[in-house]
Design a binder for this molecule. Sequence first.
Ligand SMILES: [Ca+2]
Ligand SMILES: [Ca+2]
Length: 421
Amino acid sequence: MKSPTLLLTASLAAASFLSTGSAFAQMQGLPPATGAEGVAPGKAAETQMPNARDQKPAFAGQTRAPQPSSMPQIAKQVVAENLPHLWAMEFLPDGRMLVTAKKGAMHIIAKDGKPGAAIEGVPDVLSGGQGGLLDVALAPDYQQSGMIFFSFSEQREDGNGTSVASAELVPGDDGGGKLEDVKVIFRQMPSYDGNKHFGSRLVFGPNHELYVTVGERSDPEPRVQAQDLKSGLGKTFRIDRDGKPLPDNPFVSRDGARPEIWSYGHRNLQAAALDGQGRFWTIEHGPRGGDELNRPEAGKNYGWPEVTYGIDYSGQPIGKGITAMKETEQPVYFWDPVIAPSGMAFYDADAIPEWKGSFLVGGLVSQGIVVLHMDGDRVAHEERIPLEARIRDVKVGPDGAVYAVTESRGGSSTIIRLTKA
Ligand SMILES: [Ca+2]
Ligand SMILES: [Ca+2]
């Protein structure tokens, strides 16, 4: 995520171009934009001007995909409120929710929406800036093992960084519980003394491999390390449950490269999920314009900061301002202006048939859910569900409903349940 002040500036700047949006879209061969309310199917949901007005997508449908012809009416219901500022949510097998709170707490939320007592044994986290207790994932064998994995920004002797820990979650009879056998299994290195771009998400693949996404720590000096295989900044990682690299990772036998790396050239990855085929997808925060969806493949370079859509917060180009290079992968999809992507989920349930096979993406700036309707590995349609709140995580419940975790500037969260009306 970006600093609030800069985001505000960016969105005001974008808003001031609203009146000329349609003319611009036609000029660029983009679907013509219409008013924000009652946008007709076939038009792009995004109606604001891009920040980088001279940039062109690499292929048709890489941005501003048209809305689908059939969009369900969605009912919204707050199922939990007055929660601490949350970062992530997962459903436990019994249908209760396990949540992480940014300041460093975990709670189990009962089915009536009431949070239990803080779970004991959560390690100290560094919660300033964009840091805190971040994502949580249940082990694939959670039902038997009770094992959970979580990421957090960790204070270290030489700075700070994103770390991943495992623990056994032992729920208590009182709605609380405790973590036992807490072990830090992985540390993103090097440490850096900053409070931005920690990522992160944790996703288990179909063979129980653990994908870890992080950030590149934002500042100019660490930022360039996204291209450096000796550095853990700006990468996705693929590790086992002990934090060790998988033997078939792409850089295990390259001298000097970190063997845990799966893909590189990333900015700040706060959304990740598997698709229906068990493949790993991510969405990262771009600069001012340039959020992007990728399906990271082994050893590939996703460009940052040498190749990107969007511009710097200062209004200057990023690097040489180029959006394509043959050595780097194009994003599957990008957004300019940004949605500021947080969590994402793949919708494989039946309760909202129009969404089957889509990615649901939480937006901090877009204040709602973006539904990406896929056609193979391309985005065919983009639909938006406004929720008038910054969305921090998105999950599909056991009932097939979609659950969105909100966050407010005041530091509290609610959970909203979305169903077909
Ligand atoms: Ca998670
Ligand atoms: Ca990229």
